[in-house]
Structures are given as structure tokens and as C-alpha cells.
Design a protein around this ligand. Structure first.
Ligand code: ITT
Length: 227
């Protein structure tokens, strides 16, 4: 088995999905639950990119292993991109999915422009900092009422024109094929043959001793010392 890569989530569903998609590559995917307690990363970035990288890099540094993290959310045109990075806590710090949906429908009550998209960014980082980034976006419209009981988050009010139904009315397989997360993951999987040599090179650099020029600056090359 080649590299061990940590997926910075405790969500077993996400871990299974990554393991399944990457099963033909010589890597082992582990979740955070495979390690001891790890401090929570505060997701306070201004973009999905910021948050995904912050989570991936923190985890990689903490565990000394390459790590993958994702961040995603809903961006609504008529709300200038809100709720965006605040999607999980749109209606407050401990908001439930139902609270967030209620607030969203209220904010859009008199709005005819219902255009929205789910976005996802996946970051793969090594402990010393370098990272690779993959993005996915899925266009849709916000309905005027919740429909369907599958999925999670904003799925009941996210109408997907490609499927002619909301994400909550769709099967997981239907959703994964075209969703923001599905697309970002597919992009990463398609590149995985290039990712392995990239990882090898970065991890090799980390192992190499850092050049210490001060050692030379302090050397005394005067003749009487050179016996
Ligand atoms: P992590 O522990 O993995 O970070 P999370 O719930 O915070 O889990 P994200 O940061 O990826 O997950 O997503 C933030 C919010 O965006 C999430 O709570 C939902 O409200 C919304 N969201 C993201 N992807 C969604 C999807 O596929 N369907 C519905 N809502 C989604």
C-alpha cells in the first residue's frame, strides 16, 4: 500500500464515498476517527477555498500525513452569493436544516430571480503547506416550498433542472453524478495518476534536510585553522 491520506471529516458517508472512488489507486484513505482526538478547525475563511485549505493543511500538519478536506455551500444570486460560507449556520450558530431553509425562503419571498448554485472545493494538502485544489459547481433554482425528504441541508428547496426535481426527491446516485461535490471529486479522481507523483515529490522535499547557510558563514577558512 502506498500513501495514507487522511480525510478531514468524521462523516462516515463521506469517507466511504472517497474510499470507493479511489479504491483502484495505491493509497489508503483514513478518517479522523482512526486517530486520537484532534482539535476542531474554526471554519472562518471568506471563501470555500480558504476553509477547505485551512482544514486540510491543519489536519496534515497535526498528523504529519497528507490530508483532504472539502468545504461547500449554497450561493444564491438574488442574495449576492449568500449564504455561501455561512450555509451551515445561516439562521444562527446552532441552526437546523429546517431553520436555514425557513430563513432562505423568507429572504426570497418576493424575489422572482430564484437562480442559485451549490459549490464545493476539495483541498489536498501536505504538512509543509503546498496543496492541490479541485472545484465543482451545480446550477439550480430555489423553490417556493420544500419538496422531498432525501439528502440533507438545502436539498428540499434546490430544484435541479437536469433532474427535473429537487435534490431531496433524487436518489443519492442521481445526485452524486451531477452535484458540486460529485464533480469536484470526479475531477480529483481523473487526475489521481498525476497526484501520486506530486505527493511523492512533496513528501521527499519534506524529508530532505533544509540547507543551513549559516553553517558556512561562520566557518573560519583562515590558513592557520586548515591543517
Ligand atoms: P463537515 O464536517 O464535513 O465540514 P458540514 O455540514 O459543515 O460538514 P459543508 O461545510 O461541506 O459540510 O457544508 C456546509 C453546508 O452547506 C451544509 O451544512 C449544508 O447546509 C450546505 N450544503 C453543502 N452541500 C450540500 C448539499 O449537497 N445539499 C444540501 N446542502 C448542502
Amino acid at each position: 500500500m502506498g500513501h495514507t491520506i487522511v480525510l478531514a471529516t468524521k462523516n462516515q458517508g463521506k469517507i466511504k464515498e472517497f474510499q470507493e472512488l479511489l479504491k483502484n489507486f495505491p493509497i489508503e484513505i483514513k478518517g479522523l476517527n482512526d486517530f486520537g482526538p484532534i482539535p476542531e478547525v474554526v471554519e472562518d475563511g471568506e471563501t470555500f477555498d480558504d476553509n477547505a485549505y485551512k482544514k486540510a493543511h491543519f489536519t496534515a500538519k497535526f498528523l504529519g500525513l497528507p490530508a483532504i478536506a472539502d468545504d461547500s455551500g449554497l450561493v444564491v444570486d438574488a442574495l449576492n452569493g449568500a449564504p455561501g460560507v455561512y450555509s451551515a449556520r445561516y439562521a444562527g450558530e446552532n441552526a437546523t436544516d429546517a431553520d436555514n431553509i425557513k430563513k432562505l425562503l423568507h429572504e426570497l419571498a418576493d424575489e422572482t430571480n430564484r437562480q442559485a448554485a451549490f459549490e464545493c472545493v476539495i483541498s489536498l494538502a501536505v504538512p509543509s503547506g503546498p496543496a492541490l485544489t479541485y472545484e465543482g459547481r451545480c446550477e439550480g433554482e430555489i423553490t417556493t416550498a420544500a419538496k422531498g425528504d432525501g439528502g440533507f441541508g438545502y436539498d428540499p428547496v434546490f430544484y435541479c433542472p437536469e433532474l427535473s426535481k429537487t435534490f431531496a426527491e433524487s436518489s443519492m446516485a442521481e445526485k452524486n453524478k451531477i452535484s458540486h461535490r460529485g464533480k469536484a471529486l470526479a475531477e480529483m479522481v481523473a487526475e489521481f495518476d498525476k497526484i501520486i507523483p506530486w505527493l511523492n515529490a512533496r513528501l521527499q522535499e519534506e524529508k530532505a534536510p533544509k540547507p543551513d547557510h549559516t553553517e558556512f558563514e561562520h566557518n573560519d577558512w583562515s590558513e592557520d585553522k586548515m591543517v
